[in-house]
Design a protein around this ligand. Sequence first.
Ligand code: NAP
Length: 295
Amino acid sequence: MADQPLFERVALIGIGLIGSSLARVLKRDGLAGRIAIADASAEARAAAVRLGLGDSVTQSVAEAVTGADLVMVCTPMGAFAAVGEAMAPALARGAIVSDVGSVKQAAIRDLGPSIPEGVHFVPGHPIAGTEHSGPEAGFAELFQGRWCVLTPPAGTDRRAVEKMIALWSAAGSMTEEMDANHHDQVLAITSHLPHLIAFTIVGTATDLESHLQQEVIKFSASGFRDFTRIAASDPVMWRDIFLNNREALLESCARLSEDLAQLQRAIRWGEGDKIENLIRRTREIRRKLIDAKQA
Ligand code: NAP
């Protein structure tokens, strides 16, 4: 527990999985003097009150950000522009605005124009999550041992960046600063493409004849089961991620199609050594991931 809270008043806009996990961290570690919550969903607001996630809960973004020295935007990315417009007139000079959106160039595009002079904008992305949504799904340990990428635009006040590093460190995360464009390319490969593949595979199985479908569920081996977990992710969030990281994701898809064609060819022509070499390489990646404690 900190002697002095890191922030006097934190406004959490969107109290779903990520917003509510942050609220739990702020409460656990005494990092905020007050927590003000705004959410568009009456159900989420009621849950936030029931779970005691903040000191005030409202539908009004402007009301929540009034007097806040940190505003964290934790809504789906499709709402960022509207949230930016709603909060702009109420932002206090010297406040920090940050977010947790999964695509950083789009976050800067949609929130950036609403940040007034004298307010510091430090976009961020915790590389942590589950397939569950909503305030009930959050937990304080979500960010423990995970990376959080910060993409402050050039010239951002260093003290504001350091405060965000302090917040994410308290949440148990390692932080790294990166250019927003680079972040989006990396995440297209490590997160967005795997989700796209999972949605596609599970969708293909769903399209099979109904009797076969039942067998897919019944004999679901670990491979398919693992895909269904990822494919159970929130439709609105993933629609927004795909549409907002279009170029990088389409480039990753093109690369995947080429590699897939090569593997198909190896299978067709019985080139066992090529198949084996590929799997040896991918196995090595898994080993490295375990060594880096990111498995
Ligand atoms: P979530 O559980 O679906 O919660 C989002 C909440 O924001 C919902 O209660 C939603 O209400 C509310 N909301 C929507 N529009 C709003 C608006 N204009 N003003 C105020 N509240 C609004 O979402 P999440 O999984 O926490 O994801 C939030 C953000 O974190 C996304 O931008 C996502 O890209 C990012 N992120 C997610 C993960 C993950 O694994 N989930 C990981 C890293 C980053 P309604 O239900 O009524 O829309």
